[in-house]
Design a protein around this ligand. Structure first.
Ligand code: ARG
Length: 424
């Protein structure tokens, strides 16, 4: 084995040694890293490569071009899988029921996509006789954890390689390698120096000038959401209707979930809604600054939460956010198949049985706030509670008795502690 190969030595038991690799299923995006990988794996591992590109609704992506590029770089085949519906139904819908935000601002679009991409990689690898799965994640991020944990769980026999983790090429060297091997570089060397990931639930930019915490983001980061200062001067109301926690209609028009997310995303983006400047704790210990554009999530999540609050009791409403947080953490941390997550999903489903109704969100120059609510299940029934009238379930005469008992322990403690202080 040549000396260059020493950097390829496996650390994890599931990582392939160069000699073990026969045919590789490469998760291919068409970008610089995975294009260089496509060529590099053929040369360094003397292996065959089958490419897989997953469509999760990346805006503006031309998948025919991606496929053509993979074949041109020597892939035996390049599968394009349209997984938008599965992503919306099986990943985004549960996230909405769990009000999923990590670190208070990140709606997890990348984290939700990875286990699906990894599952499809396993399926296609098996179908096309691959023994190894390759991805383009670096050794510093969360995405390697998400993809590899899922592959390992679903296909213990599968080997994994992550060349970017070991090849020690920076962006400049990769561009050099691409030039030498006739790999077309998208956007040329002039392209903005950000690492982008996107799907129907959001878009992230990392790296380059974003890493300077002391500087506000440059305007060229934002390719999806209009800057709030440039958004229309007239607000727009959007009625989001939910059935059992799932959004089903916008302004009275019933839509499939993919279309609904796209529609709300477009309208939100026009009004400057969903820009998040987020410093977050990665699971590998580093902190990172991300600039997120999440127009659909920034409208739908608050609407869902508002409706959930309206139909939930005080006890449910106090309890659920802790579980929501835990749900978001498990997904962020790449443990999609952890049993606790399905336990939590059972709870989310139970609560969301009653989350039916609609919320009107007012969008205006970067903000989205609830301005009207309607639900057959709202625990807000003035007649039943008997506000101001006699005869309802609510008795104002009973209030003093309630207050006397409700405050009993607190009053006792106050008294006893003050007595102790006096005798000191
Ligand atoms: N920080 C986010 C996460 O960990 C976004 C990562 C985006 N990935 C990327 N390859 N640019 O989920």
């Amino acid at each position: 084995m040549s000396e260059e190969h020493t950097q390829l030595r496996a650390v994890g038991s599931y990582e392939a040694e160069p000699g073990e690799v026969g045919r590789v299923l490469l998760l291919y995006s068409g970008g610089l890293d995975t294009s260089v990988m496509l060529k590099w794996i053929q040369d360094e591992y003397e292996a065959e490569v089958v490419a897989l590109t997953v469509n999760l609704g990346q805006p503006g992506e031309d998948f025919d071009v991606v496929r053509g590029k993979a074949l041109q770089l020597g892939a035996l085949e390049c599968y394009i899988v349209d997984a938008r519906e599965e992503f919306a139904d099986e990943y985004v819908a549960p996230a909405i029921k769990a009000n999923a935000l990590y670190g208070g601002g990140y709606p997890l679009f990348t984290a939700l996509g990875r286990p699906l991409i990894a599952k499809l990689a396993v399926e296609k690898a098996r179908e096309s006789g691959c023994d190894t799965i390759a991805h383009g994640c670096t050794g510093k991020g969360n995405d390697q954890v998400r993809i590899e944990s899922t592959v390992l769980t679903l296909a213990p026999e599968m080997k994994i390689i992550a060349p970017v983790r070991g090849w020690q090429m920076g962006r400049e060297e990769e561009i050099e390698y691409a030039r030498e091997h006739g790999i077309p570089v998208k956007g040329g060397t002039e392209a903005p120096p950000y690492s982008i990931d996107d799907n129907i639930w959001g878009r992230s930019s990392e790296g380059g000038p974003i890493e300077d915490l002391e500087e506000p983001p440059r305007d060229d980061v934002f390719q999806l959401v209009t800057l709030p200062e440039d958004a229309p001067d007239v607000p727009q109301d959007l009625v989001i209707e939910f059935e059992r926690g799932r959004p089903v209609a916008v302004d009275g028009e019933r839509l499939g979930l993919v279309e609904l997310l796209e529609r709300v995303g477009e309208i939100g983006a026009r009004h400057g809604v969903g820009i998040v400047d987020h410093v977050e704790d990665r699971i590998v210990g580093l902190k990172v600054r991300d600039l997120y554009e999440v127009p659909a999530a920034a409208v739908i999540l608050p609407a869902h939460k508002e409706l959930e609050k309206l139909v939930g009791t005080i006890h449910q409403n106090n309890f659920k956010p802790a579980l929501d947080n835990h749900w978001a953490f498990l997904v962020y941390a790449g443990l999609w198949h952890e049993p606790l997550l399905s336990d939590l999903n059972a709870y989310m489903d139970a609560v969301n049985e009653h989350v039916t109704g609609s919320i009107t969100m007012r969008l205006y120059k970067g903000s989205a706030r609830a301005v009207a609510r309607r639900s057959p299940n709202a625990l807000y029934d003035q007649a039943l509670a008997g506000f101001g009238e006699s005869g309802g379930l609510f008795s104002q005469q009973a209030s003093p008795g309630f207050i006397e008992l409700w405050s009993l322990q607190s009053r006792m403690a106050y008294k006893i502690r003050n007595r102790e202080q006096e005798s000191e």
